[in-house]
Write a protein that binds this ligand. Structure first.
Ligand code: PMP
Length: 323
């Protein structure tokens, strides 16, 4: 779908996948005026294809668009674009264990203009790709790398937006993580007492003794994860005590040292829920408790994945049928 300041949204279409042409002066290439989303479509046993809370992705891309001075797209157009793409060839949607069709909606500033101001021409597109298990192979706890040289976000910045620039800024930290054998990097918030923020592509949770679930509060620098929101809802229904609050690295270290930290896990659309095995940093490795079969993360994961795959009743109305 195209947008221009004069005509608004127009020219909705489905095109064969392939390169798109952009003017070399397009704003997105120079100033990174771009936002995107990520969601998955799952094939259910009855052959239907369903996606998880797509309206939330539609609302979030608009929140990101406002921050990046891009136009908002009505949420129903967002969901309809996803539906039409999946409907072109539903054989795309894999049905294997842990498999889904990953959908990537994005909005880019296409106007050719070298001055720094919001573009007056924009394009919204959706592409798709079959996806398997995010960290490869069987589900296992992963080590994560503590970034101490780089920050992901600060007050007034774009931390809350899902924009390409945030990810560009995280790549050097991601390289550092991978050099230390970690598939994900953990960012702290230097503008908020070095509190735990999030991973490169996932939100983070802690389970403390007595069944308290803690996750960093949305302080303006953290992505409003849709999995995060769903985990919080499920946890409240499981009668866990839920705390959205500041959680510092010092508190984390202390809770590991005195044995009150029971679990740490990360969550996001791509990997659903993955337990964290250890936190590595330049100062050494902090090993986290081994996860047990009656873990909080395990039961929340089973519920969430069950709803997404259609094997657990969708009591929240989280699923939208695409095909
Ligand atoms: N934080 C970041 C930085 C992310 O890129 C993602 C993935 N979109 C998440 C958190 C998790 O968000 P969601 O549950 O909506 O996928």
């Amino acid at each position: 779908i195209d947008w221009s300041a004069d005509a608004g949204w127009h020219n909705a279409r489905v095109e064969p996948y392939g390169p798109i042409s952009l003017d070399p002066a397009a704003s997105v290439l120079h100033y990174g005026q771009e936002v995107f989303e990520g969601l998955k479509a799952y094939r259910h046993e009855d052959g239907s294809v369903r996606t998880f809370r797509p309206g939330k992705n539609g609302e979030r891309i608009n929140a990101s668009a406002r921050r990046l001075a891009l136009p908002e797209l009505p949420v129903e157009h967002f969901v309809e674009a996803v539906r039409q793409l999946v409907a072109v060839d539903q054989d795309w949607v894999p049905s294997g264990d842990g498999e889904a069709l990953y959908l990537r909606p994005f909005m880019i500033a296409t106007e050719a203009f070298l001055g720094v101001r919001p573009a007056r021409e924009v394009s919204f597109r959706v592409i798709a790709s079959p996806a398997g298990n995010y960290f490869g192979g069987e589900l296992h706890a992963v080590p994560i790398w503590l970034s101490q040289n780089f920050a992901r976000a600060g007050h007034g910045g774009t931390g809350e937006a899902k924009c390409g620039g945030n990810y560009a800024a995280s790549l050097a930290a991601q390289m550092e993580a991978e050099a230390h054998g970690c598939p994900q990097v953990l960012f702290l918030d230097p503008t908020d007492d070095f509190s735990v923020e999030e991973l490169g592509g996932m939100n983070v949770f802690f389970v403390l003794e007595g069944g308290t679930l803690v996750t960093p509060r949305l302080n303006g620098n953290i992505l409003h994860g849709i999995t995060r929101d769903s985990v919080l809802q499920l946890a409240r229904e499981m009668d866990l005590t839920v705390e959205e609050r500041k959680f510092t690295l010092d508190e984390w270290r202390e809770a590991v040292a005195n044995g009150t930290l029971k679990e740490a896990f990360a969550c996001g659309t791509a990997a659903v829920i993955t337990p964290i095995a250890e936190l590595r940093s330049a100062e050494g490795t902090m090993v986290l408790p081994e996860t047990t079969s009656d873990s909080v993360w395990g039961s929340i994961r089973a519920k969430l994945l069950g709803v997404q795959r259609g094997t657990v009743e969708d009591t929240h109305g989280w699923l939208t049928r695409l095909v």
